[in-house]
Design a protein around this ligand. Structure first.
Ligand SMILES: Cc1cc2nc3c(=O)[nH]c(=O)nc-3n(C[C@H](O)[C@H](O)[C@H](O)COP(=O)(O)OP(=O)(O)OC[C@H]3O[C@@H](n4cnc5c(N)ncnc54)[C@H](O)[C@@H]3O)c2cc1C
Length: 582
């Protein structure tokens, strides 16, 4: 058992927790952050990718709209490398009521959300794939944000200011001293999932930033003051940037009303339903169909696009007693900073929940203000002025950056992932910085395997580089490769139809038919893969469905001597597979 001490222990390495760690460290407090998985592997890595302008909330939640408008400008500046300033549009489609657009315009003026009406010809010139029947269009400051890039940027900044960030460390208990109204959280117990080591960290304050798991964490201290509801939503990536701007339907927030251009893909989403357990988030087939229908309203022909991946996340919504317990769509997106000392006489614990990724920095500021008040210190927040390491204000990410870089280094460096233009050097640099990273950890930061082939071509190369560099032996690399491929599969199965079936069949034949990945000798799965979140890497793992999908692909001819004889059957099999649809 290792003993440590800190002023503040932050639980949760999503945007909110990392934001709190950064802010507290910048104010000179000693900080330890504990995250049971990789950074941003919870909701902050399973969201829609939109840096809100505030437009989405000008009618339904003016307070959130104002916060988003202000934070959009700050986050774009401080995390320039994670934010692509695409701009956004709100459009009234032929299916929508024009009346809402008048309220939208008034709401934007009242909340200070920048908004300008566009002529229909200008809107269609800017976005030629938009439904030509749109009735009105407004330009707003929406942007696309890479959650992993943003969170890692904040984490590097926190580390530079002295914070200790411990990933793959699960908090198992909060130690409370005293009784009744005179209780205090004095320490945190955690278990290192990779190291196997137990830790006890004595501290003055604990910040519960465990997102949709926050209720469970508060319960470890016997708290009854916080009810966090997990509001789940699915998203689907299609294999092109169909649009250059974020496209929103100009309606009261609804399912499937936003399309975000994100790196090389576009993301349609999302849905909103209460789930009992954020470790198990299903991707229901009817919701997939609902997203395709919603996309079709914005972009005619959307149903014919190639879907490359689906995933799901759970919003950490704080239960609003005025709204029914199952109606997550109408629960507030506003933030809550709860001082348990005031709410229930439990000192040393603050819970932060709700809000949005867009407002993570403001949530962190409000939380650290509360920490300082509890500790009786006064130190100003400076997170809005200092850019995170690797980011330069005014130099925002653009989709073309990687292509420009590859044009410069293509003769010196090998490309590992063609879809996302990841080079061997990018890969080995990250392996050097994070030697324990799994292939999924590398994927989140580099986007390896996130394009149309979903890892079919690059995953084995990553394993090869890993072994060639002497980081693991072949058996360990095989297990890392298998885990990576299974996780890609979870997000594929629910959307497997059309062109993506052909890609999946090709990937399967290469990886299984040629390399026989599933039957190669492999090491035991690493301990960290046994964490509950593993089962929800991109959605609920359905072993039965996965086995069914793999069996369907295995039924197709393998690359062996019989293949020639079976060639005549290939077309029939491919046609049958086209029917496989979630
Ligand atoms: C479907 C969907 C779409 C969304 N789209 C957008 C969007 O486009 N734009 C936007 O601004 N916002 C969006 N949001 C909201 C936004 O994603 C969340 O508000 C935000 O990511 C929450 O971050 P968090 O850090 O509070 O929670 P999380 O990111 O979930 O972080 C909590 C962390 O706590 C860790 N944890 C839990 N228990 C323990 C434990 N015992 N020990 C250690 N660690 C633990 C978890 O592993 C997790 O990493 C969306 C949300 C959803 C669900």
């Amino acid at each position: 058992m290792r003993a440590m001490t800190a002023d503040v222990v932050v639980v949760g390495g999503g945007a909110t927790g990392v934001g709190v760690a950064r802010d507290a460290a910048m104010r000179g407090l000693s900080v330890v952050l504990l995250e049971r998985a990789d950074l941003a592997q919870g909701t902050s890595g399973r969201f829609h990718g939109l840096l809100h302008s505030g437009g989405r909330y000008v009618v339904s939640d003016p307070g959130s709209a104002r916060e988003c408008a202000e934070e959009n400008a700050i986050v774009s500046r401080v995390h320039a490398d994670a934010v692509e300033r695409t701009g956004g549009m709100f459009v009234v489609t032929p299916e929508d009521d024009l009346e809402f657009s008048d309220r939208f315009l008034i709401g934007a003026q009242e909340t200070g959300v920048a908004c300008e009406e566009l002529s229909l010809s200008e809107a269609l010139r800017l976005e030629p794939r938009l439904n030509p029947g749109i009735k009105r269009a407004f330009a707003v400051n929406d942007a696309a944000v890479d959650g992993w890039q943003m969170v890692w940027g904040a984490a590097r900044s926190a580390r530079a200011h002295g914070a200790e960030i411990l990933t793959y460390h699960e908090v198992t208990d909060l130690v409370v001293e005293g009784e009744g109204e005179d209780r205090r959280v004095v320490a945190v117990r955690a278990h290192g999932l990779k190291t196997g080591e137990d830790l006890t960290i004595s501290c003055a304050m604990v910040v519960n930033a465990a997102g949709p798991w926050g209720g469970r964490l508060a319960a470890m201290a016997g708290s009854e003051a916080v009810e966090i509801v997990a509001g789940a939503g699915i998203m689907i990536a299609v294999n092109h940037r169909l649009v250059n701007h974020v496209i929103n339907r100009c309606v009261y927030p609804a399912d499937g009303d936003i399309l975000v251009p994100d790196h090389t893909v576009s993301i349609i989403g999302t849905t909103d339903s209460r789930i009992p357990d954020p470790d198990h988030i299903p991707i229901p087939r009817e919701e997939v169909a609902q997203m395709l229908d919603a996309g079709e309203v914005l972009i005619p022909g959307f149903r014919q696009t190639r879907l490359v991946h689906a995933w799901a996340g759970a919003r950490p919504l704080v239960r609003d007693k005025r709204v029914s317990g199952t109606d997550t769509r109408h629960m507030s997106r506003g933030m809550t900073v709860l001082r348990h000392s005031e709410a229930e006489g439990l000192a040393g614990l603050i819970t932060v929940a709700g809000g949005k990724l867009t407002t993570y920095r403001l949530m962190a500021k409000n939380t650290v203000d509360a920490v300082c008040a509890e500790l009786g210190v006064e130190r100003p927040c400076t997170t809005d002025t200092e850019s995170v390491p690797g980011s330069e204000s005014g130099h925002n990410y653009r989709i073309t950056h990687r292509l420009a870089a590859r044009e410069q280094d293509r003769l010196e460096d090998q490309i590992i992932c063609e879809c996302e233009l990841v080079t061997r050097k990018m890969l080995t640099d990250l392996m050097d910085e994070q030697p324990d990273a799994s292939f999924d950890d590398l994927r989140r930061q580099l986007r390896i395997g996130m394009g149309p082939c979903q890892g079919g071509f690059c995953a084995a190369r990553v394993a090869g580089v890993h072994v060639c560099q002497g980081r693991t032996d072949a058996a360990e690399a095989t297990e890392l490769l298998r885990t990576f491929l299974r996780h890609r599969w979870i997000g594929l199965w629910s959307i497997l139809h059309g062109e993506q079936v052909r890609e999946a069949a090709l990937d399967f034949w290469m990886l299984q038919g040629t390399l026989d990945v599933e039957d190669l000798p492999a090491a035991a799965a690493p301990a960290a893969a046994a964490t509950p979140i593993e089962n929800a890497e991109d959605g609920e793992q359905r072993p039965d469905e996965l086995a069914e999908a793999l069996a369907a692909l295995a039924a197709a001819p393998r690359l062996d001597a019989e293949a020639a004889a079976l060639a005549g059957a290939t077309h029939a099999t491919a046609a049958a597979n086209q029917e496989v649809r979630a």
